[in-house]
Design a protein around this ligand. Structure first.
Ligand SMILES: [Zn+2]
Length: 107
C-alpha cells in the first residue's frame, strides 16, 4: 500500500494532497490515510483489517482500538505544521510585496 517507505526518519509530515511522510517517512494516498483514520488499516505496520478497529493488530500487536485514534490525532498535527509552513511562505511573500510597493512609493 505505501508508495514509499524509508525507515530511519523521525519527522512526520502530512502533505496537503493527502500523502504522508510518516515516522518511517511514508508516502500514502489520501484514500489510505482515510482508511487508517477509519480504523481499517494498522498505523504501525500498515496491515489492512477485514473489520475496522480490531482490539489488536494481528501482525504487529499494536493496540489499534485503544491507541490508533490518539496516534492518528498526534500524527495529524503534521498536516497543520505543513499548512503553517505554507502560510508562512505566503506571509513572507506578502511582506516582500508590501516592501516593494513601499519602495515604489518613495520614487
Ligand atoms: Zn500492525
Amino acid at each position: 500500500m505505501p508508495i514509499e517507505i524509508d525507515i530511519g526518519h523521525s519527522e512526520v509530515i502530512y502533505l496537503p494532497d493527502g500523502r504522508v511522510h510518516g515516522a518511517a517517512k511514508l508516502v500514502l494516498h489520501a484514500d489510505d490515510v482515510d482508511r487508517m483514520r477509519a480504523g481499517f488499516v494498522c498505523m504501525k505496520c500498515l496491515e489492512p483489517f477485514e473489520r475496522s478497529w480490531p482490539e489488536r493488530c494481528h501482525v504487529c500487536g499494536f493496540y489499534v482500538r485503544r491507541e490508533q485514534a490518539a496516534y492518528f490525532a498526534r500524527e495529524y498535527g503534521g498536516i497543520e505544521r505543513v499548512y503553517r509552513g505554507f502560510d508562512l511562505e505566503e506571509e513572507r511573500e506578502r511582506v516582500h510585496e508590501e516592501a516593494a510597493k513601499a519602495e515604489e512609493g518613495k520614487r
